[in-house]
Design a binder for this molecule. Structure first.
Ligand SMILES: Cc1cc2nc3c(=O)[nH]c(=O)nc-3n(C[C@H](O)[C@H](O)[C@H](O)COP(=O)(O)O)c2cc1C
Length: 443
């Protein structure tokens, strides 16, 4: 059996995910595994068509594909995302169609499910025979029970390949055939001294007209007082290297080498309102956007956008992508920011409605920024917070020293055992319920 492993870590041999693959390889010496470095080699793959074609040839000849990658900000690394785009752009999907596939990730299991959902969607779009996903904690390999569990998964996958098992489809193909065209003159919204930054990857290329029109309209609503920044105009030398240089003191390996860090500190962190504008590309935004989010990781697990108003301007079928909507919501909530709203061009069938929604987005963002309104987090923000809190306190305090310092100083270590009044109340109540009088009356 020939398995192609598509490696999604930007790291080389030290990749945690690849230790899991190496373990599987050791247990299945009779199986041929070919590991193809995607995330680390993306520039080479993109520039040299022969290299890309060779990968596609190997996929075609393989019996199955194993997508093996680390979680990167709710999804895959930006470079891995770029590979998925290249397969689409270069019409190489037929090499994947009908091929059995499985997903293996390592992470701290913070929104691992959104990355799994994303890749499952891609496999469905490409008509692959998806077996299952396996989300390993990055320390699982040290535990015997977890190693056995991983091997059970691999056994099942290999059996599915050998027996040509049928695979269920989870997602419908996406469709989007409306375009926004403004109807009304922009209704002006004063920014009242609030700093508004609109960040976009919009380009003049085909398929971006709708996004560009929404962008132009919103900018006009803000009466020219919003700063529009094009991600493509910034010098961003490359994707996150995963080197964790930032862990100690939030300095990035790219410091001084490109525009990103200064731009983040001077333009984004000083804004009151951030609007992220992009078009859906496969089942996420573009890989340019993904690289942006990956590179923000130099802030590690510190909510560097806390207190800001965040809105999204999206062109594409967001209604068909609840996974992506969840990513936007969760991202905003864990940042302790406020999700003002998401406006998409899906409403364009109703003339004038997008215009009104854009005006409302602008108006609310200024109103909330003025009153410092942050809505309470849902499970997404709260659950995410607890995972980070526990991990920084425990497993990943090293190398994330800066996070530990920040969490300690900002009261983020809000473990329930520190709440002495609740502990006292619980103690009293547990004594009380044991008294016959109270127990009889269900007190
Ligand atoms: C930039 C960056 C972003 C990450 N984002 C997530 C995330 O969203 N969720 C998560 O659970 N882990 C996240 N992680 C942790 C990695 O997924 C985890 O450490 C993984 O095991 C690294 O695998 P690798 O060594 O193969 O690259 C992130 C790590 C980095 C460096």
């Amino acid at each position: 059996m020939r398995i192609i492993v598509l490696k999604g870590s930007p790291k080389g041999q030290v990749s945690v995910t690849m230790q899991y693959v190496a373990f599987i390889q050791k247990k299945y010496p009779e199986t041929s595994f070919e590991i193809i470095d995607i995330a680390q080699q993306i520039k080479h793959i993109e520039k040299n068509e022969a290299v890309f074609d060779d990968i596609i040839r190997k996929v075609k000849a393989a019996d199955a594909v194993l997508w093996a990658f680390p979680l990167y900000i709710f999804l895959v690394h930006g470079n891995y995302k770029r590979f998925i785009e290249l397969v689409n752009e270069r019409k190489a999907i037929p090499a994947f169609s009908g091929k059995p596939a499985a997903v293996l990730t390592t992470s701290i299991r913070f929104f691992d499910h959104t990355a799994h959902n994303y890749l499952r969607g891609i496999c469905d779009d490409w008509d692959m025979k998806f077996y299952a996903g396996y989300s390993a904690d990055m320390n699982d390999l040290f535990k015997e029970a977890e190693r056995e569990r991983l091997l059970q998964f691999v056994r099942g996958f290999f059996q599915a390949v050998q027996q040509d098992e049928a695979a269920a489809r989870e997602y419908f193909p996406l469709t989007h055939n409306v375009e926004y065209v403004p109807v009304d003159e922009p209704t002006k919204v004063e920014t009242l001294g609030r700093k508004v930054v609109i960040l976009t990857d919009a380009a003049e290329e085909e398929g971006q007209a709708s996004l560009n029109r929404m962008l132009t309209h919103l900018t006009a609503v803000f009466n020219g007082q919003a700063q529009v920044v094009h991600l493509r105009a910034l010098t961003i030398k490359g994707g996150c290297l995963g080197c964790l240089r930032c862990g100690y003191d939030n300095t990035c390996s790219y410091d001084g080498k490109d525009d990103f860090i200064n731009f983040y500190h001077n333009t984004l962190k000083t804004a009151d309102v951030l609007i992220f504008a992009g078009a859906i590309r496969d089942r996420y935004l573009s890989s340019i956007w993904k690289t942006f989010f990956d590179r923000t990781f130099f802030n590690t697990h510190i909510p560097s956008f806390a207190g800001k108003q965040i809105g999204f301007l999206i062109s594409g079928p967001l209604r068909q992508l609840p996974n992506l909507r969840q990513i936007f919501t969760a991202y905003t909530e864990w940042q302790q920011a406020n999700l003002v709203g998401i406006v998409t061009d899906e409403e364009a069938g109703d003339p004038g409605k997008v215009d009104r929604l854009l005006t409302q987005l602008a108006g609310r963002s200024i109103e909330y920024a003025s009153s410092h309104y942050i809505k309470p987090p849902t499970f997404l923000g709260l659950g995410g917070h607890k995972i980070f809190r526990d991990e920084i306190w425990g497993n990943i305090r090293f190398p994330f020293i800066a996070d530990h310092r920040y969490y300690k100083n900002h009261g983020i270590y809000d473990f329930p055992q520190k709440d002495y009044s609740v502990r006292l109340r619980n103690l009293l109540m547990s004594i009380l319920v044991k008294l016959p009088f109270c127990a009889q009356r269900n007190l």
